[in-house]
Design a protein around this ligand. Structure first.
Ligand code: C5P
Length: 234
């Protein structure tokens, strides 16, 4: 795996209602942030062009669309997305879906990430959804399948990172949402850690939304997190 520059270890989730709000946030964060995540909320609000704009400005973009459909649709959708210039695209970690996305990306620079189990889920939520396994078992299973399929990286809870390193070694990037700086609101996240803890247990990158986007001063919040990450890797 390539060495990741420390400022690219923090990915800021642009989970806002309008493109104007996203642009305002990007402007406030300025040079401190070089990697953004654009998810469904912003895409459905017309934010897809922002992928191209940010890429042209030299920023990296993680397009979090969590694709999951029949293989032909996933393959063809991924091929179209590959033209936008994003660095990462998420799909759900089902074998058919992962293989289709890898076919769709072809020789482009887009890297496919598999979502193992949403970080808002715990064992009880999985039971309610009809699964008889635990979160840990499902994450392990999907990690092994992602490795077999040739996926670039995984989205998982920081609490699963050390366990999953034993399954995938350093062959896959491990990227973790569910991050909360000490004292921050948990919101709907259940399997959380601080940025420092996540990097210490071996996460390659952290995805952080509300602790930055909802902060009184997003730039200060982002810089504090970047400092925490730098301290954790040194
Ligand atoms: O605001 P917060 O820091 O909780 O944002 C986390 C981001 O990571 C959200 O954009 C959410 O969609 C995303 N995500 C997640 N859990 C996953 C996959 C993605 O929270 N398993």
């Amino acid at each position: 795996m390539i060495k990741i520059p420390s400022n690219e270890r923090l990915i800021v989730a642009l989970d806002v209602e309008t493109v104007e709000k996203a642009q305002d946030l990007i402007e406030q964060l300025g040079d401190s942030i070089s990697f953004y995540k654009i998810g469904m909320e912003l895409v459905y609000a017309g934010g897809l062009d922002l992928v191209k704009t940010l890429s042209k400005e030299g920023k990296k973009v993680f397009l979090d669309l969590k694709l999951h459909d029949i293989p032909t649709t996933v393959e063809r959708a991924t091929a179209r997305i590959a033209d936008l210039g994003a660095t990462f695209l998420t799909v759900h970690g089902f074998p058919q879906t992962m293989k289709a996305a890898l076919l769709g990306k072809g020789k482009s620079n887009l890297n496919i990430l598999a979502v193992t189990v949403m970080t808002s889920y715990d064992d009880k939520d999985l039971r309610e959804a009809g699964y008889s396994c635990t979160v840990q078992e499902l994450v392990r299973n999907r990690a092994a399948q992602a490795l077999d399929a040739g996926i670039y990286g995984l989205i998982l809870s920081p609490r699963e990172v050390s366990d999953i390193r034993n399954v995938v070694g350093s062959k896959l990037e491990l990227i973790t949402p569910g991050i909360r700086p000490a004292g921050a609101e948990e919101g709907d996240q259940k399997r959380i850690m601080t940025p420092r803890e996540a990097i210490k247990v071996g996460a390659d990158r952290v995805v952080i939304g509300r602790p930055i986007t909802a902060a009184v001063n997003p730039k200060v919040a982002a810089i504090n997190i970047l400092t925490e990450i730098e301290e954790a890797i040194s």
